[in-house]
Design a protein around this ligand. Sequence first.
Ligand SMILES: Nc1nc2c(ncn2[C@@H]2O[C@H](COP(=O)(O)OP(=O)(O)OP(=O)(O)O)[C@@H](O)[C@H]2O)c(=O)[nH]1
Length: 293
Amino acid sequence: MKSGYVALVGRPNVGKSTLLNHLLGQKLSIVSRRPQTTRHRILGIKTDGRGQVIYVDTPGIHGGARRAMNRYLNRTAISSLLGVDVILWLVDRAGWLPDDELVMARIKEAKLPVILVINKVDRIEGKDTLLPFLAEANATGLFSEIVPISALKGINLAVLEERVLALLPEGEPIYPEDQISDRPERFFVAEIIREKLFNRLTQEVPHALTVQIEQYRESPTLVRIHAVIWVEREGQKAIVIGKGGEVLKRVGEASRRELERMLERRVYLELWTKVKHGWSDNERALQGLGYAE
Ligand SMILES: Nc1nc2c(ncn2[C@@H]2O[C@H](COP(=O)(O)OP(=O)(O)OP(=O)(O)O)[C@@H](O)[C@H]2O)c(=O)[nH]1
């Protein structure tokens, strides 16, 4: 049996969370079209007859991190490289962007086996783009394997899993066989609400909001959840609420539907929007809102 930790790293928006969800066959990490959706280190544990792979989803590593939140995202991603056995480095196009260079520097420091995962091949037009890129990546000598995939369409994921298992050490499972994450249910509740907000709101508002669960009471048939959506300014609060409360109502409905499926119980969800000025650029406020390593 194999067992070990596998970090999913890469710049924002390359598809790390999409890959985690597809490998596990279950939605654990929220996904949106926006960069910097993932804000936490999340374990996704997959146990089968071959062993136990503990995937570590991480925030996207990016440059120009001026706000405290951006620095926290980079710190969280980089510290996730400590103590893993294998790194999956995701890129999503045939070529490097400046943020990919940042990731590469960190990976070189880690001195671990690295699989270069070229994601979104469903979007790459023709072999003319992919083949030179594969040759160039190969010539760096940095990678144990190079695997083109589509996380969204499920292309080549079985091959990727085999390559991962081959690089992991032999060992007994670290977590119980039926455990799929290290996070409690209320963490996923906050994340699902945040995902619905990310998908509905535009411009800077998603990055200025965070969701905090203030009350979580369960009975065998019902879960009562009281969540606060923190934003940074009054104008953002008005946008989150929407005309006549329309946006908040839609977000609440979509969240409740998904939460009822996940929790397999009826959900009573109350959402409040409040302003905490400058929370995303304040280290202490971040810690109070759950952004602590
Ligand atoms: N066409 C295509 N789109 C994909 C694929 N994988 C992911 N995406 C899309 O890329 C976007 C970003 O995906 P995420 O999984 O949130 O990316 P991430 O790397 O976790 O992003 P951060 O949270 O910014 O670190 C979403 O709109 C996904 O649907 C793929 O294989 N093909």
